[in-house]
Ligand binder design. Sequence first.
Ligand code: SF4
Length: 481
Amino acid sequence: MFDDVIWDKLNEECGVFGVFGHADAPQLTYYGIHALQHRGQESAGICASDGKNFSYHRGMGLVTEAFGNDELDHLRGHIAIGHVRYTTAGESKIENAQPLIFKYSHGNLALAHNGNLVNAKQVRHQLERQGSIFQTTSDTEVVAHLIARSGYDKIEEAVKESLRMIKGAYALLIMTEKKMIVALDPNGLRPLSLAKLGDAYVVSSETCAFDIVGATYLREVEPGEMVVIDEDGLRSERVSGNTQRAICSFEYIYFARPDSDIDGINVHTARKRLGRELAAEAPVEADVVTGVPDSSISAAIGYAEATGIPYELGLIKNRYVGRTFIQPSQELRAKGVRMKLSAVRKVVEGKRVVMIDDSIVRGTTSGRIVQMLRDAGAKEVHVRISSPPVMNSCFYGIDTSTRAELIAAKKNIEEMRQFIGADSLAFLSIDGLMRGTGRNSDHPNNGHCLACFTGQYPTEIYEEIEDESESENHCESLSKS
Ligand code: SF4
């Protein structure tokens, strides 16, 4: 995808949305996954149930590309679950688009999953040895097979048994002809919230999708919780007694939409506070503050407010660069960045500029943006990053690149500064990050996952780790099987 080639960012894997008990459930789900489009642009899908039969459609691309009126019109029912996907586990092909649909001995089953399982390979291998045949390379299918092979007749019991066998990150929607089951992993690594729309229940990866469909926020789904919604209403059960919230810090830093709230904290407001913390930790004499659009603008506003240096739109994003634009060669990648971003000469010319970005992954894009500001006449470019250095891979559904590609795993801050060509470079500290999000929790790290910064993973890690041989700083918390 064009974006991935030129845009050096972490990528979210998926978004899920579901409705129970509304005559327009498929249409509402369409609007819901459209509001979650930023969480995945590779494929989109909706499965609906009228109480007896499933109807579904899945397609590649954006929600508007995957669905036309015809595809939406043939979806019928009062229950629906939807999904948008960005690939990190499993290949990029239609078979892996979700919701995944299965027939099993008790009827139909649809699954939509945000997150990655860390023991999917192990469970899959075991299931294959017992005779299971997998249709996809998605680790979500592992959950379906576990449910189908369970000895329990009741779907709730089968799901519970299956959830106890999987490890890692899952915000999971499971639909049968008559029920919707919602489950969150014991660390609550991915966000998942419940809302009401009249008598109907709505569930979403992010609260921004509730606003679009007019639903009223009820509460977060709790770590280790399973919620069953059927004609008798909503029931909640604890699947795991050993829960410890470790929400992905990058939901606050970069992934989630600024108009979403996570655990009651507005994402834009949290980002502004990250900017304020960054200003306190790494002030610099400068004339203007600018943010790399869109995700860094909130932090840039916070930095400007705290320092008194005026915030300006020094960088403008071109919103109309198609995802399927010609794949650029190495030498054309810099031009690719220029197609997505422009520096505003009249704002930065002759100025000392503070450029706020939310993260540095490989460092290549940061270097190009610094050069772009210099080419537009900036006298000095001081880069401030509203997160700590990303030094470790994520195993929970975020595409962080391999550790060998992460610039912060290989270079110290001065070496990174030289690499990106900035006059100065500073990152937010881990304490600053935890203060900035404003989370207040008894759980370790205030309920944040910080593993890509610290190497301390909130779960065991079972999967093989790609080429870690170059790393001098191998994380001791990893346990390979
Ligand atoms: S390792 Fe990093 S990207 Fe992955 S869930 Fe934890 S905080 Fe998020």
